[in-house]
Design a protein around this ligand. Structure first.
Ligand code: URA
Length: 450
């Protein structure tokens, strides 16, 4: 293939045809385009963009570069959720068993974290014996029998994205909306799902820093997802503060399990410590109930999801899922019963009385990464047990010397360093901060309204 004229066309801002894009992806997947030419092409796309037809062609060509999962006919709809990632975002873990109990099938194919953003597979790898690498046949078997599986892409799925993403990562071309849309949706389309709910985050620790940028990405993904035959909606959610109370792989698994336990009765003035996590889990479930026509209104969908979560059945489904993916329950329960799996736990206390007005998710993510809980490069090893428990979150009142957070670390020096840095992540003010909604907007396909 003579790739040069296509690079020139994109460099000059001309649109490529569907067949040209198919040819590029086929040649690139077969190793027929040198990296230096593909890198130049990606940079041209970064600056010139792709129109909707080009993005659609790129997405479907990438999906078709490898194996597409095929499931037996079944009345349970195949659905998934995708998040653009943030700190403490463990929504998929409780959502999978909840949705399986609500009558869905979930082939949740996810990735690992890089930098400060945690990856779902890394969280699951903290569970003793849990297998995230499964062959296609086993993925299908577990989806059919349990209802949900959470695992990594097989070697045969969307190979075009693997090579392109690796090149984007080292050529500063990751933050291009059409390339992000094609990368994410090609992988979701390869799951053969009928509905998808997206959680597009904005804020200090998000891929998209502003609400406007998150909206632009969400609108592009919703439009293209629907164009490709997947009923797609997006929630736009805030990522200035970590989600939930735990950040760090194993601590997040523990919190996900706690989220699946029936909520204990609470007095009127005591707040659910996992309210933001539950809100997002239930919102994603409610959207999918509506998207698949199981329930008509948001109120009814939310009530159905809430009732199911409170029944305790999703907690049992979680055990079924981890058992199917290689874990033995006594081993899991033994780890779950530990107050901490990391050797050192240190406390960060409030310097004064007042209200927590900031709890900076970016700084917290950086601290966890540097504790060994995240990766600097794709090959870095991870310490699954380090992380943070947040005792106080924005809007909550604290006394002088109240506990703000616990650091779980591998050794005392790391813990000390983390505590020193975390002092800059928390602000305590005399007045409560203005309330910020977790979910800012819901992006529906054009022409649809709630
Ligand atoms: N996640 C992906 O899978 N691809 C991107 O391009 C960005 C985030």
């Amino acid at each position: 293939m003579n790739f040069l004229p296509l690079i020139e066309a994109k460099r000059d801002g001309r649109a490529l045809t569907e067949s040209q894009i198919k040819e590029i992806i086929a040649a690139s997947t077969a190793g027929g385009i040198p990296d230096y030419q593909m890198a130049a092409f990606l940079m041209a796309v970064y600056f010139r963009g792709l129109n909707a037809a080009e993005t659609a062609a790129l997405t479907t060509a990438m999906r078709d570069s490898g194996e597409v999962l095929r499931f037996p006919e079944d009345s349970r709809p195949l659905v998934d959720k995708h998040s653009t990632g943030g700190i403490g975002d463990k929504v998929s873990l409780p959502l999978a068993p909840l949705l399986a109990c609500l009558g869905f099938r979930l082939p949740m194919i996810y990735g690992r974290g890089l930098g400060i953003t945690g990856g779902t597979l890394d969280k699951l790898d903290s569970i003793p014996g849990f297998k995230t690498a499964l062959p296609t046949e086993r993925i299908i078997e577990i989806v059919q029998s349990v209802g949900c599986v959470i695992c990594g892409q097989t070697a045969r799925m969307v190979p075009a994205d693997k090579s392109l993403y690796a090149l984007r990562d080292v050529t500063a071309t990751v933050p291009s909306i059409p390339l992000i849309v094609a990368s994410i949706l090609s992988k979701k389309l390869a799951e053969s799902i009928e509905a998808l709910v997206l959680d597009v985050k904005f804020g200090v620790a998000a891929f998209m820093p502003t609400l406007e940028k998150a909206r632009e990405l969400a609108q592009a993904m919703v439009a293209l997802g629907n164009q490709c035959g997947v009923n797609t909606r997006a929630l736009i959610t805030n990522m200035d503060t970590p989600l939930g109370r735990a950040a760090g792989n194993w601590l997040e698994v523990k919190e996900a399990v706690a989220c699946l336990e029936p909520v204990p009765a609470r007095s009127a003035d005591s707040q659910d410590p996992l309210s933001d996590l539950r809100e997002l889990v239930l919102a994603c479930a409610a959207q999918l109930l509506i998207q698949t026509g199981k329930v008509e209104t948001v109120e009814a969908a939310r009530a159905r999801a809430e009732e199911c979560l409170a029944s305790g059945k999703p907690r049992q489904k979680w055990d079924e899922m981890i058992l199917a993916q290689g874990t033995t329950l006594p081993e899991f329960n033994r780890k779950l019963a530990l107050s901490h799996a990391a050797p050192i736990v240190s406390e960060l206390r409030s310097p004064e009385r007042g209200y927590v007005s900031r709890c900076d998710a970016r700084l917290i993510g950086e601290v966890i990464r540097d504790l060994g809980g995240g990766r600097m490069t794709r090959d870095s090893a991870i310490n699954y047990d380090v992380g943070l428990d947040l005792e106080a979150k924005p809007g909550e009142s604290v006394d002088a010397n109240s506990l703000l957070a616990r650091v779980h670390a591998a050794n005392p020096t790391q813990a000390e360093d983390a505590i020193a840095r975390l002092k800059g992540a928390f602000h305590v003010s005399p007045k409560p901060p203005a309330h910020r909604s977790l979910i800012s907007e819901i992006i529906l396909p054009e022409g649809e309204n709630e």
